[in-house]
Design a protein around this ligand. Sequence first.
Ligand SMILES: *[C@@H]1O[C@H](CO)[C@@H](O)[C@H](O)[C@H]1NC(C)=O
Length: 261
Amino acid sequence: MAHQLALLVLLLVSPAAMRAVGAAGACASEKFPAGRTYATCQDLPQLGAALHWTYDRTKFSLSVAFVAAPAGTGGWVAWGLNPTGEGMAGTQALVALKGSSAPTVKTYNITGYVPLGGASTPIAFPATDLAADEGAGGKIRLYGKLQLHKGMKSVNQVWQVGSSVTGGAPDKHAFGAANLASKTKLVLAGKSTAINPAHAPALAPAPAPTAGTPSSAVGGGSDSGASATAAPSPVKSAATAAGVSAPALAVLALAGFLAMV
Ligand SMILES: *[C@@H]1O[C@H](CO)[C@@H](O)[C@H](O)[C@H]1NC(C)=O
């Protein structure tokens, strides 16, 4: 009991622990190579995957980084949009295949539960800037930019992981509960405050702003800000009222914790 209490106090007092516990999502801690920044990220509900994205609503272009660990070391990860249904059939997919080398990216128009070949097939959303690298913990990070259809605000997304690659093609994935439930809606129109309404009428004729930059700045700030600023204040005021500084409390709690383990 005392042991748990000490740990609890430590967690409450340490701002770093606070952020680790209270952060909006694990995806926010992903460190991408220089030049890859995204306005928004979302921890997807299955397969330990996350999606990072920036949607340019003047060009209907969606830049994404999909992060997931393949089901085996030489496997693959896939993410796609399904404009015609909810499941795998109809998904316009980006697939990063690891196999025995550095991951490469292919596109597949998935028509149903049929084996995919070693070559990309055309997808409904022209895809550019396709790339992949390896992140922490054996994860594959798949990058790409999709040209969506005019006016798209929300679309079904589907993702998957597989354990092996044969002849440059992804082998069949497992059919566990998580594999079958890995789909959700991607809401693209969520960050309406990112665009200044005063500029809206000028958007069509005016030259488009540099892709991604303004919304990156706005989204990045709001993603990390909420939990970090709101949570620690009650702790601080309690400590101040008791006449003990927060750092001093942290040291006391740590000492107490160490004495007990
Ligand atoms: C994807 O496949 C479906 C079914 O065969 C086909 O109707 C559709 O035109 C294909 N999409 C593209 C972009 O080739």
